[in-house]
Design a binder for this molecule. Structure first.
Ligand SMILES: [Zn+2]
Ligand SMILES: [Zn+2]
Length: 338
């Protein structure tokens, strides 16, 4: 089979590699129905987080179970399943606390931009849909594998409450679905920070009531203006840069919360500023697995349509173009069909 490999900065190749096989008895092999490019794939693509060896890419997936190991008990061949980018056993103390991405046995799931994928700890990691879905649900089910669960975690970590005023920093797929999550949690005012027109439109569709185009300190000043100098109750930080993190913290009112889900790149916080800000910080790699059952139900019942973030669909063999389009911000998120 052929799959996506990153060789170096902006050097993505679709190349032959061995099909995955069962290694541990708790593994499953999934035949990918749809996969996609993640905003976090762009960090190594742009040369940050360089790896000395060609890396198989992709960590967002859904599809049909093709084969299971001898120790797999609840997942069966033929089921349509969705899993997170971290495999988890769903039984250890951290999983029980809802922090599956800190599972004592967690394992990164990589190489999903390919027709077949090995998923470790299949029973704990994979959640099956009630039946094999009609194809039109696939984009929304795929979004649950990372971006929707991550947006939801951002809203939860930011303690979004009914009636709250919320700001969302970042207009990528996660930020946009953070807007949707804040809306689902009953936020009254949702300020999307974006200077990109197509993304602003989608943000409004997902429930944004206001758009702020300014960034950094001007963005903070704008938020303060809009809230009588107070700041917002909750901020969802969905980028991971020094600028976005400070924008999030400084836009939050004393006693408010920042949920940060952008993978930090060079972020450093000043203890003294943090101390006097009175802001709650909570974030990290989203425990997507915790939210899968509930979010699958909502997609299944057609209550939410997070798949709208995919504005470019390509055959998997065109994966390199999918990265280019996102890198150049021509696409919000690329869906790939094997
Ligand atoms: Zn991702
Ligand atoms: Zn665990």
């Amino acid at each position: 089979m052929r799959g996506a490999f990153l060789y170096g900065p902006r050097d993505l190749r679709f190349e032959e590699r061995a099909a995955p096989t069962i290694i541990a008895p708790t593994d499953a092999i999934v035949r990918i129905s749809v996969t996609c490019v993640c905003g976090s794939d762009l960090w190594p693509y742009r040369g940050l987080q360089a790896s000395p060896e060609p890396t198989p890419m992709g960590h967002e997936y859904c599809g049909i179970v093709e084969e299971i190991g001898s120790g797999v008990r609840t997942v069966r061949a033929g089921q349509f399943v969705i899993g997170s980018f971290f495999a988890s056993d769903n039984t250890c103390p951290h999983c029980h606390a809802g922090y599956h991405t800190s599972c004592q046995h967690r394992e990164f799931v990589g190489g999903a931009q390919a027709p077949l994928l090995r998923v470790p700890l299949a029973d704990g990691t994979l959640v099956a849909t009630p039946e094999v879905p009609a194809g039109e649900l696939n984009p929304s089910l795929l979004a649950l594998s990372d971006v929707m669960g991550t947006g939801w975690f951002a809203a939860e970590a930011a303690n979004v409450k009914p009636g709250a005023t919320v700001a969302v920093v970042g207009d990528g797929a996660v930020g946009l679905l953070g807007v949707l999550s804040a809306k689902l949690k009953g936020a009254e005012r949702i300020i999307a920070m974006s200077h990109h027109e197509a993304r602003q439109r989608l943000a409004r569709e997902f429930g944004a009531t206001d758009i702020v185009t300014e960034r950094a300190d001007e963005g903070v000043a704008r938020i303060k203006d809009m809230t009588n100098g107070i700041g917002v109750d909750s901020v969802l930080e969905c980028v991971g840069t020094q600028e976005s993190m400070m924008q999030a913290i400084r836009s939050t009112r004393p006693g408010g919360s920042v949920g940060y889900v952008g993978v930090p790149h060079g972020v450093e916080l000043n203890g003294e500023e943090l101390f006097f800000s009175h802001v709650h910080l909570h974030g990290g790699p989203a425990p997507v697995r915790r939210y899968l059952p509930k979010l699958i139900e909502q997609v299944w019942d057609r209550k939410i349509n997070p798949g709208k973030v995919f504005d470019l669909t390509l055959p998997l063999e065109k994966v390199a173009e999918g990265y280019r389009a996102m890198d150049e911000r021509r696409a919000i998120k690329t869906l790939l069909r094997p």
